[in-house]
Design a protein around this ligand. Structure first.
Ligand code: 5GP
Length: 120
């Protein structure tokens, strides 16, 4: 599996500070910010600061510290965002997964009753 990373993707630009974002949480290894087109009252994107294309790239190649930092950010976002009644975590990958931005990101979506995970 090849994981060529395009450093011109929009999240790379956010990480470089080239374009603004609405930051929810940040640590040494991850940044969490509000999705620009929210699908629910809570819609936060958690991204690693490292150059990983997708979940499988991150899982296979990120260091233990990067992975721990990423999931610490996920935990913080869930704590901060008021999703005690539940949420959905989604990571789209490549073409079949309809991934638009080729920098690994996890959507944290909640704040209302969600529908079934996948349409019939
Ligand atoms: P994907 O389809 O790749 O899983 O999701 C990409 C997400 O990034 C979409 O939900 C989209 O609304 C969001 N997005 C795209 N461009 C920007 C941006 O410039 N800023 C923010 N905050 N979100 C963005």
């Amino acid at each position: 599996m090849q994981f060529a990373y395009d450093d011109q993707n929009i999240f790379a630009k956010i990480l470089r500070g080239d374009i603004p974002n609405s930051t929810v949480f940040e640590n040494d290894h991850a940044l969490a910010f509000k999705d620009i087109a929210p699908q629910a009252p809570v819609h936060v994107l958690v991204i690693p600061k490292g150059a990983y294309v997708s979940l499988d790239d991150f899982a296979a190649n990120a260091s233990a510290a990067e992975q721990a930092g990423f999931f610490a950010a996920v935990a913080a976002v869930c704590e901060i965002s008021g999703v005690e009644e539940g949420f959905r975590a989604v990571a789209n990958a490549r073409t079949h997964g309809v991934q638009e931005v080729p920098h690994f990101h996890m959507h944290i979506v909640g704040g209302k009753q969600l529908g079934r995970m996948l349409p019939a």
